[in-house]
Design a protein around this ligand. Structure first.
Ligand code: ADP
Ligand code: ASP
Ligand code: MG
Length: 425
């Protein structure tokens, strides 16, 4: 008997009809002779709606209470799903994150899983029941409080359950047919990948492809869990996210395409520290100040200093949500550092081109820059890793940038991709 973990995202359980449809799918998996554990997200956009509500009550909701509020969303969907399955004559039991043994650290809003103790789930499976677990939530032993794993965290719940229970496969059901070469909502000619390495998927997720949550990909990679991302609206095969250990379909290694895909991120802003004295130690001083705020700095660019002034500009990107605190911290130290001014720009977009084949192929950057140039899109910053090239452009050109780069690298499909549901929120 195989053990299958299935995760259903919010768009797959957005109303009563969808919940019944998903219940049927789960029951079919059970009927085929498998043990089934399900991680479920909150219905539709209900997490966003709860978040909006909290911000109507107060601009800065207390993190502990926000987690209490948001975890309510998954409680609703897990209970409804279990009811629907029971009404079809199959035993099902729902569990909150803490009942399921999802033990996390105490960081509200972005807790990390530190242990999984799925004893109650194993017992329920042994009784022949289908297990439904609320995604996105956990429990901290020291504070004895409920936590959440960060937006999109139900993916991590599913992967952690798969690892802890030794599942044969972890299926991530969503509103598109799998992982595409670009977000099919923005690039209609994106094509579905049959397989992608976890290394490439990590880069794509980090660059804004929210089809999988980055921490879930990391967790799967570390624990050797194979993922199958597929649509909950049809029975088509989706995309396998494989670790190096995953055997190939035919048993032989396949030549991977050079480029796996492109992704975009509009959640970052650019800070420029203007007129920094060009002497040793200034960059260290600036980034020490930034690090103290715990901000996640991504790209960094230092200009050549102007000979006449002996000063230079240093720019970096970071999540918009961390912008104000970093600006305040830098302002407080302006005299110490000796820079002339600060600029803040939250109208940037970041595009990333990802592919393991970049390691062995030259000319990839030239082709990327050429495609953007031909479309009249200005590049403001560039950074590269072994398998990724990222550029910053104006936010309002990012979708066009995605499409022209997608075309330039020959990734366009003959047909338009299907998006089954969801609002893309
Ligand atoms: P769920 O509610 O199932 O967790 P999400 O909205 O979190 O679904 O993720 C699915 C969405 O991710 C898709 O609807 C699609 O718009 C978006 N997406 C972004 N990049 C990609 C990509 N490369 N491949 C597929 N989907 C992508
Ligand atoms: N409901 C949570 C969110 O919207 C978790 C998830 O869907 O994965 O972020
Ligand atoms: Mg998601």
């Amino acid at each position: 008997m195989a053990l299958i973990v299935q995760k259903f995202g919010g768009s797959s359980v957005s109303d009563a009809e969808s919940i019944k449809r998903v219940a049927k799918r789960i029951v079919d998996t059970r009927k085929a002779g498998n043990e089934v554990v399900v991680a479920v997200s909150a219905m539709g956009d209900s997490t966003d709606e709860l978040l909006d509500l909290a911000h109507e009550v107060t601009p800065i909701p207390a993190p502990r209470e926000l987690d209490m509020l948001l975890t309510a969303g998954e409680r609703i969907s897990m209970a409804l799903l279990a009811m629907a399955i029971k009404s079809m004559g199959y035993d099902a039991r729902s569990f909150t994150g803490s009942q399921a043994g999802m033990i996390t650290d105490a960081q509200h809003g972005a807790a990390r899983i530190v242990d999984v103790t799925p004893g109650r789930l194993r017992d329920a499976l042994d009784d022949g029941a289908i297990v439904i677990v609320a995604g996105f939530q956990g429990f901290n032993r020291d504070t004895r409080d409920i936590t959440t794993l960060g937006r999109g965290g139900s993916d991590t719940t599913a992967v952690a359950l798969a690892a802890a229970l030794g599942a044969d496969i972890c299926e991530i059901y969503t509103d598109v047919d799998g992982i595409f070469t670009a977000d099919p909502r923005v690039v209609p000619r994106a094509h579905k990948l049959d397989r992608v390495s976890s290394e490439e998927m990590l880069e794509l997720a980090a660059a804004g492809a929210k089809v999988l949550y980055i921490r879930a990909v990391e967790y799967a990679r570390r624990h050797g869990v194979t993922l199958h991302v597929r649509s909950s609206f049809n029975n088509n095969d989706g995309t396998i996210v494989y670790n190096n250990s995953t055997p190939d379909v035919n048993g032989d290694p396949v030549e991977e395409p050079i480029i796996a895909g492109v992704a975009a991120d509009l959640s970052e802003a650019k800070v420029t520290v203007v007129g920094v004295p060009d002497v040793p130690g200034k960059a260290a001083q600036i980034f020490k100040i930034v690090a103290k705020t715990n901000a996640n700095v991504d790209m960094i660019v230092q200009n050549v200093s102007a000979a006449a002034t002996g000063r230079t500009d240093i720019s970096f990107t970071l999540p918009k949500s961390e912008g104000q605190q970093v600006l305040t911290a830098l302002k407080n130290e302006q005299e110490n550092v000796g820079y002339l001014g600060l600029q803040y720009d939250d109208q940037i977009g970041k595009l990333a081109l990802v592919g393991a084949g970049m390691r062995t192929n030259t000319g990839v950057s030239a082709k990327l820059f050429e495609a953007l140039f031909e479309a009249g899109i200005n590049i403001e910053m560039i950074s590269t890793s072994e398998i990724r090239i990222s550029v910053v452009t104006r936010a309002d050109t990012i979708n066009e940038a995605l499409r022209v780069v997608h075309t330039a690298f020959g990734l366009d499909d003959d047909n338009e991709a299907q998006v089954h549901g969801g609002t893309g929120r």
